[in-house]
Design a protein around this ligand. Structure first.
Ligand SMILES: Nc1ncnc2c1ncn2[C@@H]1O[C@H](COP(=O)(O)OP(=O)(O)OP(=O)(O)O)[C@@H](O)[C@H]1O
Ligand SMILES: [Mg+2]
Length: 303
């Protein structure tokens, strides 16, 4: 089914044609590692049912600069519901800048400028009202940042912000519960919904932030190193959550943890010094990268 595995989109001049690795087996489980570089052996990807991919966003020739100095240099990418896109690359290569530009958060930085187009469901994001845009494209940051209020109110806040009349607690309860369930947190907090969110563990706080982000039913969820402050167990819980959520929301995750990118992503974009060096299915990027810079980067990490 072509719609499930579109060809990679790349804007760099390649010295040879990109080769696309075979699609994962129909159960979506382990990639075939026969013949793969030794560094990729021993890695595993959790079972992941294939789900239909629907394009929600597209970046076209995106250029971002701070004070005229380019940080992202002409990136084009599709972002699809049904797939997780991981942005990887060394520190300072522009991952956060690219991510923040998608819901126009870069506009909060006075020196930042942007060229190129960003489309959400075919519409130019510049033509959307910015609060609406950020409701539709929600972001979760590296450090969990729950508001200093109850677990319930953290999620309810996002719903109340949606405008209209300000609904009461009772009215909001089912939506709050649903968001907590979707974020995989409800069972742990159902008895403590009125407790301060800041008393939750780091992993729970991050899932609360994901619940808050999901409450407004965004089409796209942007995650900037969401697990880097968390212990391995919480990281595992959030990775499972990400893989599950991709069915209902398009997900872009920035991560320094290449094993994490390998575990959660369907597609990977490798950036270097502001350039999109290579974009493609996760198996291709890790097992058969076409660019030597990608090879060096993913190889170094697993070597
Ligand atoms: N607010 C800012 N003002 C000026 N320059 C900035 C600003 N934010 C980022 N930069 C610069 O833009 C470039 C890309 O930064 P960015 O934060 O996007 O990288 P990154 O890939 O997310 O790095 P890291 O992995 O360390 O988080 C860097 O050179 C950085 O110094
Ligand atoms: Mg960053």
């Amino acid at each position: 089914m072509e719609s499930l595995m579109p060809p990679p989109v790349r804007r760099i001049a390649a010295d040879r044609q990109a080769t696309v690795a075979p699609a994962p087996s129909s159960n979506g489980g382990e990639p075939a590692l026969d013949g793969a570089p030794a560094r990729a052996r021993g890695l595993s990807r959790p079972d992941r049912p294939r789900v239909p991919a629907i394009e929600r966003m597209r970046a076209e020739n995106l250029v971002l600069a701070y004070g005229g100095k380019p940080a992202v240099k002409g990136v084009s990418l599709p972002i699809r519901q049904g797939e997780v896109l991981a942005l990887i690359g060394p520190s300072g290569c522009g991952k956060t800048t690219l991510l923040r530009s998608l819901n126009r958060l870069t506009e909060l930085t006075p020196t930042a400028t942007r060229e190129g187009r960003i489309l959400l469901d075919g519409q130019d994001v510049d033509q959307l009202e910015v609060t609406q845009l950020r409701r539709r494209i929600s972001m979760v940051f590296q450090q969990p940042n729950p508001f200093p209020m109850s677990v319930f109110d953290n999620v309810a806040y996002a719903l109340r912000e949606q405008g209209k009349k300000r609904p009461g607690k009772k009215e909001l309860a089912p939506q709050v519960e649903e968001a907590l369930v979707r974020a995989g947190l409800f069972d742990e907090v159902r008895a403590d919904l009125q407790h301060p969110a800041l008393r939750l563990s780091g992993g729970q706080q991050q899932r609360l932030c994901i619940a808050r982000a999901l409450a407004a039913r965004p089409e796209v969820l942007l995650l900037d190193e969401p697990c880097s402050a968390l212990d391995p167990k919480s990281t595992e819980v959030i990775e499972e959550l990400i893989v599950r959520l991709r069915e209902e929301v398009a997900i872009v995750i920035v991560t320094h943890n290449l094993q994490q990118a390998y575990r959660v992503a369907d597609n990977v974009a490798f950036m270097y010094l502001g350039d999109l060096v290579e974009y493609g299915p996760t198996d291709q990027i890790f097992h058969a990268p076409t660019q030597h810079r990608t090879r060096e980067y993913v190889g170094g990490a697993f070597g």
